[in-house]
Ligand binder design. Structure first.
Ligand SMILES: [Zn+2]
Length: 269
């Protein structure tokens, strides 16, 4: 039941994420006006707003002006649903009927944070920003919710904010000094890692930076090698950090343990 519910909730949240992806970089209200066609401004009727299904039913065209609707919309909805299912599978695998009411706000925040990595990545790819409207509320909520009994104490949350954000800031500062050009790292990335630390603690946020940097260098260098990207081009770091956060949550401890065992094996003679 919870898995079916997680897929439906993911579809609905994905539909809302499409609104965020369009409106937040344009500094528009996310509540008003109601959804409308970007081409003709025609208000979208409730039955045309059902995630994925309406897109198929309308054959990817606006019911009024017949202009094509981007496939990105149903794609985001579908991806959010898949991610929602994966999170529930990993995060809520313990029997939630045994949990106290206090355990739910941290779990819900972790769930929303992981899903929000999707619109954050899309906005960063399209506009090269990670808006404060995502990161600042997450930092504040993460810190406040750490006062409830749960995995993360307020001290751990605060340490996560300072170490997660601080480490990335330092890396950016060194990068700028070495490359001697503009800002190598945006402040949006720094705030994203502070939010990760606030919600999950310092360990996850520091692991995410390592994994994110690894993904970023591998894919960045591959693209440069394939001449798909010139070395001076700015690469958005948000999607890689998002992937790093996901990997840290899902398999961080396992990777760390395997790595340490391996190091011990090759260095013991
Ligand atoms: Zn239209």
């Amino acid at each position: 039941m919870i898995y079916l519910f997680s897929i439906c909730l993911g579809l609905i949240l994905g539909s809302f994420f499409n609104v965020l992806i369009w409106r937040i970089p344009r500094e528009e209200s996310i509540l008003w006006p109601p959804s409308h066609c970007p081409s003709c401004g025609n208000a979208i009727k409730p039955w045309e707003n059902i995630p994925v299904i309406s897109f198929l039913f309308l054959r990817g065209k606006c019911s009024n002006c017949k202009k094509n609707i981007s496939w990105v919309y149903p794609f985001i909805e579908l991806m959010t649903a898949i991610c929602s299912f994966i999170i529930c599978f990993f995060l809520f695998k313990q029997d939630i009927s045994n949990l106290s009411w206090f355990s739910f706000p941290p779990l819900i925040l972790q769930y929303l944070f992981l899903l929000l990595m999707l619109p954050v990545a899309v906005i960063d790819i399209k506009h090269y920003i990670i808006p404060d409207r995502f990161t600042l509320p997450l930092i504040v909520c993460g810190f406040l919710i750490s006062f409830l009994p749960g995995d993360i104490t307020p001290i751990q949350s605060l340490a996560g904010i300072l170490l997660g954000g601080g480490t990335l800031y330092l890396i950016g500062w060194i990068g700028t000094a070495i490359l001697k050009k503009g800002d190598a790292m945006g402040f949006g990335d720094v705030k994203l890692m502070a939010a990760t630390g606030a919600i999950f603690g310092a360990k996850i946020s520091l692991m995410s930076i390592v994994f994110g940097a690894f993904f970023g260098s591998v894919i960045g260098l591959t693209l440069i090698a394939c001449k798909k990207l010139d070395p001076d081009h700015h690469i958005p770091f948000g999607p890689f950090l998002g992937a790093g956060i996901w990997l840290s949550i899902m398999a961080g401890d396992l990777i760390l343990k395997t790595y340490c065992t391996y190091i011990e094996k090759i260095t013991s003679f």
